[in-house]
Write a protein that binds this ligand. Structure first.
Ligand code: ADP
Ligand code: MG
Ligand code: ZN
Length: 632
């Protein structure tokens, strides 16, 4: 909204005050309310020029001072004190109107006659005034309001264009364009998309064999994996017009606007075929119509979605319009969107594996001055689970760190520091913790590390630190699997839970009490246990049963639980959860008690140095392989 006029409540206040002042002027300024007695007095003094007598009120006009002068009246006389007061208030040379109540007064007409007052009867309503005040002004006000709101929607262009789609057409800026070379680590997705580009470039090749292009292609994947980037690359490669719009841009505050924009977008697209329409973050409009929360704007979104569906049905794929969309929440999309003939092709853009990360690192290192010690494979190995956006972030951060240190090249250590930053948020060396808390944190982290280290299926413990990082994290134990894992066994999950509980167990053993520092650990552990029971069917009591809704996409966090289960089962689930957590906690405790001396040694070293790397860890906890069941 950067370029648009900033909407401000101040404008309304100004307009409102203006109207208020006008009303004040109309009712008070030019009109004196006087008593009937004063009115008679003024008539007797020849100060009244004309009156109009209504049923309840008498309206009148006073003579100005110069008019009285020309009648030869001496307005300085004491009798005129009252009139002078009115003059002072309203001005002596302006025609001042006045109003008074009409009372039963038989002599009134005679009085008016003798003093040559022009009089007339009046229908009781000063409708001009009322009309202006109560009809015209509110309308003016509303019109202004409307104007402001419109200006707020329109991107600085003519006020009535809000029904037009705001799709940006990517001009083929040949220099800065994004190409498939910029997209790495998601080769399968690139391959599929390349096919679409091919089709648009020479449709005959595909149509000759009776092949039909999918009308809609949906890019699905976690945030930061490069969906938007991929779409831009398509734009850069296709050589056809590329309309890009974000889902939320369809839905604005005015009813009917979203649908109008969809209509307009497709009208434009058809005109310029062959072309590509890209709707980023389509979940903003495509959310399921039944399950979505019913709130304001619900109907509007629904209308927009309906319009989109009917537009997609309204042309066939030979028209040469391909619709691409991206989302990281495919599970909320309305099933109607995914039916054949709409977004029937789904391309999964997942987090990159080790080789993928190497490729992405290389893409982002292309223009960076690297020192000789930079090892891309090692970096990729240290960043499991990172998406492209995070890797880009690491490279950028590393360059900044090197620059800050005054280096001319970026070293491996810069990258490693950058990874740590991205993993755990920025270091906050200035944060002060008191010694007692520091000790608790040291033992807590040592607990995680020791338990993780000694468990047969524990994750590789790379590093322990009590340098406070980011918000809330007072320390951390860096546990990274040595390779990408797609399957986890029951034993590995249990060991993971055990080492998560190791922090709290250490606190309990050493200090005899526990702190809030373990809240996050416990949350994670509980989540794993629940998934084991309800999703993976791994518990003893409820083996091989899943309560997860399989229609929902599972790669993003916890799957939703949909299948209802009985009270009894719920009770079992609770008991089973308790049981597993208790067992794991007990295991962690036992390990720590057994190696109490090493726990103390590790905690002491941490308090001393703040960071203990893998090598030192091995010195303190015993070299791997020497221990029965310890890490390989
Ligand atoms: P998404 O739309 O999937 O959330 P983006 O496409 O916006 O993610 O990615 C953000 C940035 O991260 C990109 O501009 C790019 O610099 C980097 N990035 C993400 N994925 C990749 C990738 N596969 N290859 C190279 N860079 C990537
Ligand atoms: Mg995106
Ligand atoms: Zn912890």
């Amino acid at each position: 909204m950067e370029t648009r006029t900033k909407f401000s409540i101040i404008y309304f206040l100004i307009v409102f005050l203006g109207l208020f002042a006008l009303q004040y002027y109309l009712t008070t300024t030019s009109q004196a309310d006087i008593s009937y007695k004063t009115f008679r007095e003024l008539v007797s003094l020849n100060a009244v020029k004309a009156v109009s007598i209504g049923e309840h009120t008498i309206h009148g006009l006073l003579r100005t001072r110069s008019e009285l002068d020309s009648l030869g009246v001496d307005t300085t006389a004491a009798a005129y004190a009252r009139l002078k007061k009115i003059y002072r208030r309203f001005g002596a040379e302006r025609p001042v109107r006045f109003r008074t109540v009409r009372v039963e007064d038989r002599d009134l007409l005679t009085l008016l006659e003798t003093h040559q007052v022009d009089y007339s009867g009046a229908v009781e309503s000063n409708w001009v005034e009322n009309f202006l005040l109560y009809w015209i002004l509110p309308f003016l006000f509303l019109a202004m309001l409307w104007g402001f709101l419109l200006r707020r929607i329109g991107p600085g262009n003519p006020v009535l264009s809000f029904g037009r789609s705001r799709a940006k057409i990517f001009a083929a800026d040949m220099k800065n364009r994004v190409t498939f070379k910029d997209v790495a680590g998601i080769d399968e997705a690139v391959e599929e998309v390349r096919e679409i580009v091919d089709f648009l470039k020479n449709p005959q090749k595909y149509q000759r064999l009776g092949g039909k292009m999918p009308k809609g292609v949906l890019l699905v994947g976690p945030p930061g994996t490069g969906k938007t980037l991929l779409a831009k690359a398509v734009a850069g490669e296709a050589g056809v017009p590329f309309f890009s719009i974000t889902g939320s841009e369809f839905v604005e505050m005015f009813v009917g606007v979203g649908a109008a924009r969809v209509r307009d977008l497709f009208a434009q697209a058809k005109e310029r075929a062959p072309c590509i329409v890209f709707i980023d973050e389509i979940d903003a409009i495509g959310r399921s119509r039944v399950s979505g929360p019913v709130m304001g704007g619900h109907d509007e979104r629904e209308n927009t979605l309906n319009q989109l569906l009917s537009e997609m049905d309204g042309f066939d794929s030979s028209a040469g319009v391909v619709i691409m969309a991206a989302t990281n929440r495919p599970e909320v999309l309305d099933p109607a969107l995914l039916r054949p003939g709409r977004f029937d092709r789904q391309i999964v853009v997942d987090r990159p594996d080790l080789n993928g990360r190497v490729a992405i690192f290389k893409v982002h290192m292309r223009h960076l001055p690297l020192a000789d010690d930079v090892d891309v494979h090692l970096l990729a190995a240290q960043t499991p689970g990172f998406a492209g956006a995070e890797i880009a972030n690491v490279c950028n951060e590393a360059a900044l760190l090197a620059a800050r240190k005054g280096r001319s090249k970026i070293h491996m250590s810069d990258f490693e520091e950058a990874i740590e930053r991205v993993v755990a948020g920025l270091e906050k060396r200035t944060k002060v913790i008191n010694p007692r808390e520091r000790e608790i944190v040291a033992y807590h982290e040592s607990g995680h590390a020791l338990v993780g280290y000694y468990l047969p299926h524990g994750e590789y413990v790379a590093k322990v630190s009590i340098v406070p990082r980011g918000i809330g994290a007072l320390g951390y134990t860096l546990q990274t699997p040595l390779e990408d894992r797609y399957l986890l066994t029951r034993e590995e999950l249990l060991d993971r839970i055990t080492s998560l509980l190791g922090g709290r167990a250490a606190e309990e053993i050493v200090f005899g009490t526990i702190s809030t520092g373990a809240a996050n650990d416990i949350e994670k552990a509980t989540q794993i246990v629940r998934n084991m029971i309800l999703v993976y069917g791994m518990s003893e009591r409820l083996p091989n049963v899943s309560f997860a809704d399989t229609r929902k996409n599972q790669f993003l966090g916890a799957p939703e639980l949909q299948k209802p289960f009985s009270e009894k089962t719920a009770e079992w689930v609770d008991q089973e959860t308790r049981q597993i957590l208790d067992n794991c906690y007990q295991r962690a405790r036992n390990l720590l008690l057994e190696h109490r001396d090493r726990l103390d040694a590790l905690a002491r070293r941490l308090l001393e140095k703040e960071v203990v790397e893998r090598k030192e860890l091995e010195e303190i906890l015993g070299k791997v392989g020497e221990m029965e069941g310890a890490q390989q």
